[in-house]
Design a protein around this ligand. Structure first.
Ligand SMILES: C[S@@+](CC[C@H](N)C(=O)[O-])C[C@H]1O[C@@H](n2cnc3c(N)ncnc32)[C@H](O)[C@@H]1O
Length: 241
């Protein structure tokens, strides 16, 4: 299991505000205003996303396993509507159908059992609720660079499995799993979801493009999703059954 306790969010995100602006812009563009009553974010970390998105929601619940991260969710403007839950997303401490929206950003690739997570996420969503999940897929330029850069074969052997559609790499100290888009779609369908919308981003993280305004990246995110080289997909899901 990945140990996130020493993850230094400040260091990781220094100088990358544009990326957060684009990711929040995409999430907000996917959320209908009348459905933002109770929002749950899984793997919220230090509140990078929640401190912006919560301003546009009725109540915001940030869940993470590491309490020290949650304590740093300090930039939240409307603290009254911001709730911290220290817990395991594989067993969310909430009754069925508690949330209109469930958000999960930059977490999916680190899960060793995404099927269980998807079923748990679906349990806490209302019937007409939505989930917004981001993941990095295996076909992008960035993941090809990672593939060359890292010892994927060794990582696969350590995981004791090699499954078509999943590639596992070891980057820093974390296990990461990269999914093909097709495999991701199958996973969410098997868990009882339908895909409502897909957007892509990630180019804003490259210094050569970083000077462009974030609204340009948000603007093209909806039409650019067929282009496989753009690494970061945001997928809006609804319950199918
Ligand atoms: C890569 S960080 C992403 C943080 C945040 N979503 C962001 O984009 O800045 C992954 C986060 O997921 C949390 N996490 C991982 N597995 C978890 C689990 N089973 N239950 C709760 N939190 C978990 C980690 O503690 C960490 O804060």
């Amino acid at each position: 299991m990945n140990d996130y306790s020493r993850l230094d969010f400040e260091k990781l995100w220094r100088g990358r505000d544009k990326v957060t602006e684009v990711e929040c812009g995409i999430i907000l563009s996917m959320l209908e205003e009348n459905r933002r009553n109770r929002v749950l974010e899984l793997g919220a970390g230090n509140g990078r996303i929640g401190s912006i998105i919560s301003d546009y929601c009725g109540e915001y619940f940030a869940l993470d396993r590491i309490n020290d991260f949650l304590k740093k969710c300090g930039q939240v403007k409307r603290l009254a509507a911001f709730n911290r839950i220290c817990g395991d997303m594989m067993s969310i401490p909430a009754i069925d159908a508690s949330f209109d929206v469930v958000i999960m950003v930059r977490v999916f690739n680190f899960l060793s059992d995404p099927g269980t997570l998807l079923r748990e996420l679906k349990r806490v969503m209302t019937d007409d609720g939505v989930a917004i999940i981001s993941y990095f897929h295996s076909g992008s330029l960035a993941s090809v660079i990672d593939y060359i850069d890292h010892d994927c074969e060794k990582a696969s052997r350590q995981a004791g499995q090699k499954i078509k559609g999943i590639r596992q790499i070891l980057r820093s100290n974390f296990d990461e799993y990269f999914y093909s888009k097709r495999y991701f779609r199958r996973l969410v369908r098997d868990a009882g979801f339908k895909i409502i919308e897909e957007r892509v981003c990630g180019l804003e993280d490259y210094s050569i493009l970083n000077t462009l305004p974030s609204k340009i990246f948000v603007g093209i995110s909806g039409i650019a999703h067929p282009f496989g080289f753009i690494p970061h997909s945001f997928v809006k899901l609804g319950k199918d059954r």
